[in-house]
Design a protein around this ligand. Structure first.
Ligand SMILES: [Ca+2]
Length: 135
């Protein structure tokens, strides 16, 4: 019986550890990135080859995949910031991929509030939408 009890205790300890890791692995999560009416940064009115770079409190979280020639792109990439929290600043830059030098089309910043939020950021070269969740 003592052995069985120890196994149960070990399982409980592992479960608690797993839950702890789950909660601390993503303090802020950014998902559901998409954009409307993106216009290319190049002359001659070409379509944008959009992608997005994401920062939280100055920490670079990575970038989305490219969406070549799309005016209303969406991105499947998700971003996690373990050390970000309420009050920190989220920054997203929308870029147009080019052969030589990529163009920064516009930048969106917002101060993080608790809970889950759908954010839209309208600029002259398009509108960016994303969702973030503070854990
Ligand atoms: Ca381009």
């Amino acid at each position: 019986m003592t052995f069985l009890y120890d196994v149960r205790l070990a399982c409980l300890a592992m479960l608690m550890l797993a839950l702890h890791l789950e909660f601390t692995s993503a303090a802020v999560q950014v998902t559901n990135l998409r954009a409307d009416n993106l216009s290319g940064a190049d002359p001659a009115g070409n379509k944008a080859d959009g992608y997005v770079k994401v920062w939280c409190n100055g920490v670079f979280g990575g970038m989305t995949e490219h969406r070549p020639g799309q005016t209303n792109p969406w991105w499947s990439a998700e971003f996690n910031f373990p050390s970000c929290e309420v009050g920190d600043t989220m920054k997203l830059e929308v870029w147009d991929k080019d052969t030589m030098n990529d163009d920064n089309m516009f930048t969106c910043t917002s101060k993080l509030e608790s809970g889950t939020h759908d954010v839209s950021c309208k600029a002259s070269k398009g509108t960016l939408y994303y969702k973030y969740r503070v854990y």
